[in-house]
Ligand binder design. Structure first.
Ligand code: ATP
Length: 378
């Protein structure tokens, strides 16, 4: 997992005295019988790059549209900068939204598209032109000012939409799947630019995405949604290293989930009996767990390694390599244990040519330390 954020981000959500720029208080939205958003409470702080992440239909867009004012909550309150905006119309909120479709005016030039909102709010022409120049430079499309949207590539249209959304200097920018229309390479490059622009302007960005990698690389914090509720809110690294449920563990990156039950606990060292793995396993866990509690041990593939007699490896399992995926920088191996359970592990290919490569049907012993895995109870 990597982040595009250069400096150590401040963590305003840790400061108890810090007032959030957005407070979502027990907000629900019902469409007929369906709760698209079901009792969500969240505080988002000024300058955050906050992601709403989750699978299709979990309520991300509905929540974003309520922040913009395009939908009214069935229950609950929304505050922006301390003011109750629950019933305030979209154009009176200090927010702007960038739509997934970009929604550019086809008959207008790039410059006129960017100037549109400024003109509507009555900004004098000279200032408007200056602001448009600033925005064109910011998103690096100075040379395209006179073109019409149909004369642009998808990536260029995305920049125009971003420039238009930023032109009014909103306090908060809402972005609905902003990179959805771009190919992988352009997405990665644009992620970098979005983070750069957001850091430079200090505007609070709230982004909807179903792409966990995108959320991980760009965000200061992520709210992982499930069926209209918040499953976990944390900075990317914490969400990755310490998922608090099977759902969160499974949604972010790849992970091995091994079922079992608690056998015993000595201080923070928990012993788990796992029929699935065919052995006992150990994990470091701060909270007390009762013997017999059903649990799932979670270990990332990059934490699992080939056993070379390292005493640190409290956990050892043996099996046969059944699948190998070569990804260039790393390879992913699927190892089948005697119980039929498969464990994934990754190996960097730095020294691949010097070593005897692993092959299908090779018997291997894998291991991982007790402090490189987690234990999930839900
Ligand atoms: P996606 O990633 O597919 O856009 P999402 O997480 O943004 O999904 P929402 O668009 O918020 O999900 O929708 C959440 C649920 O609410 C879905 O089941 C959807 O069908 C339903 N829904 C959304 N808008 C309406 C509406 N106007 N009328 C009825 N149901 C709606």
């Amino acid at each position: 997992m990597s982040s595009l954020r250069q400096s150590k981000p401040e963590e305003p959500w840790q400061a108890p005295e810090g007032e959030p720029i957005i407070r979502i208080e027990n907000v629900s939205k019902r469409f007929g019988e369906l709760y698209a958003v079901d009792g969500i409470s969240l505080d988002i702080h000024s300058g955050e790059f906050f992601s709403l992440l989750g699978p299709s239909g979990c309520g991300k867009t509905t929540l974003l549209r309520m922040l913009a004012g395009f939908e009214l909550p069935t229950e609950g309150k929304i505050y922006i900068d301390g003011q109750d905006v629950t019933d305030v119309p979209p154009y009176e909120r200090p927010v702007n939204m960038m739509f997934q479709s970009y929604a550019l005016f086809p008959h207008m030039s790039v410059a006129d598209n960017i100037a549109f909102g400024l003109k509507q709010e009555g900004m004098p022409k000279a200032r408007r032109q200056e602001r448009v120049r600033e925005m064109l430079a910011l998103v690096q499309i100075d040379k395209l000012a006179a073109r019409k949207p149909h004369q642009l590539s998808g990536g260029q249209r995305q920049r125009v939409a971003l420039a238009r959304a930023l032109a009014k200097h909103p306090k908060i920018l809402l972005l609905d799947e902003p990179l959805g229309a771009l190919d992988k390479k352009l997405r990665e490059q644009t992620q970098f630019e979005l983070v750069n622009i957001q850091e430079r302007l200090g505007i609070t960005f709230i982004i909807v995405t179903h792409d966990q990698e995108e959320a991980m690389t760009m965000s200061s914090r992520i709210a992982l949604l499930r069926d209209g509720r918040v499953e976990q809110v944390d900075p990317p690294r914490r969400l990755y290293e310490y998922p608090n449920s099977r759902y969160a563990a499974d949604f972010i990156g790849s992970i091995n989930l091994i079922d079992g039950h608690v056998l015993s606990q000595e201080e923070n060292r928990v012993r788990i009996r796992s029929e699935e793995a065919g052995c006992d396993l150990e994990v470091i866990h701060g909270q007390p767990l009762l013997a017999g509690t059903p649990v799932t041990l979670a270990v990332r593939p990059e934490k699992v390694r080939l056993d070379s007699g390292d005493a640190q490896l409290a956990n050892r399992v043996s099996g046969v390599i059944k699948e190998i995926a070569y990804l260039g920088d790393v390879s992913i191996y699927h190892v089948e244990l005697a119980t039929g359970k498969r464990i994934q592990f990754t190996q960097s290919n730095v020294q691949a040519l010097a070593e005897q490569p692993l092959s299908w049907e090779d018997e291997v012993v894998l291991g991982w330390p007790a402090n490189s895995c987690g234990v999930l109870t839900q």
